[in-house]
Write a protein that binds this ligand. Structure first.
Ligand SMILES: [Zn+2]
Length: 278
């Protein structure tokens, strides 16, 4: 069996699911530690009581279920977000695998990881660190060059230009919306972190994906993220009319759904417009 034959085999899908769950576990660590400026590698996993967690109790999804959502050392409740992120990442990677060749999976899987970490940090702290956004934009340009060469057989130059155009257009469209929103609402409605995140998304997706992420992401987010956000925050009694919402997760949702579900339709739509405009 060649590598490409194995790639299409269901066993590979199972391995991808397990990889996704493990990475989801790692992303959780990143979301908790990056804002506190703690290394994401050392020390290893630790319970809140300070005990280190042995490897056999650190199996994604399985451990959480076997332990009934409680820590074995001290019995405290484990965060629900922990298993949620593991399952979410595993499912997203499985969907991505179905749509991708190995090169696309490598580049877009990295992109999904960045988006998950950026969204998690944005949800928790209302800011997005530069190493996700600016670092992500650099990875996006490199990834597009790689894909253009290995997956699509185009010139390297072609992928790089598409990527840089997407980065500039995506971030500038959102910047103009931010400036306009600030004039209307008389306060900052969209932060500069979101503008930088949009640059990263454009670098990975090009112009069409960037435009869809802003407008499609906002629409999808209203339907899906807003009720979720309300459910999670209802008990804390902190919902007011002037409560700010993190915008990063909306953009991430738009970017992921573009790659997973809407790419064909959206690209067709934009090429029809190009024809109309002559
Ligand atoms: Zn403990």
């Amino acid at each position: 069996m060649t590598l490409l034959e194995f790639w299409d085999h269901p066993t590979c899908g199972l391995l991808i699911f397990i990889l996704g769950a493990c990475l989801g576990s790692f992303f959780y660590v990143c979301i908790v530690r990056i804002p506190k400026d703690i290394s994401i590698i050392f020390p290893g996993s630790r319970c809140d009581c300070g005990q280190s967690i042995p490897l056999f109790l650190n199996i994604p999804i399985v451990s959480w279920i076997l332990l009934g959502g409680r820590a074995r050392c001290c019995g405290r409740k484990l965060e629900f977000q922990y298993i949620f992120l593991e399952i979410l990442t595993a499912c997203l990677f499985l969907l991505l695998w179905q749509k991708s060749d190995p090169w696309e999976f490598l580049v877009h899987g990295t992109f999904f990881g960045l988006l998950i970490i950026a969204s998690g940090i944005d949800f928790a702290t209302m800011t997005i660190p530069d190493r996700c956004t600016i670092g992500g934009a650099v990875l996006g340009i490199l990834g597009s060059v790689l894909l253009s060469h290995f997956s699509r057989g185009n010139y390297i130059f072609c992928g790089g230009m598409t990527s840089i155009r997407g980065m500039l257009l995506g971030s500038s469209v959102l910047l103009w919306i931010a400036v306009f929103a600030e004039l209307v609402f008389n306060r900052e409605a969209i932060g500069f972190g979101d503008v930088k995140l949009m640059g990263c998304i454009g670098a990975f997706l090009g112009t069409k994906g960037a435009i869809f992420s802003i407008f499609g992401g906002t629409c999808l987010g209203m339907v899906t993220l807003l009720p979720l956000w309300y459910l999670f925050n209802r008990k804390k009694n902190k919902i007011k009319f002037d409560t700010s919402l993190p915008f990063g997760p909306f953009l991430a949702l738009g970017a992921m759904s573009y790659l997973l579900f809407f790419k064909t339709v959206v690209d067709e739509y934009f090429s029809q417009i190009e024809i109309l405009l002559g």
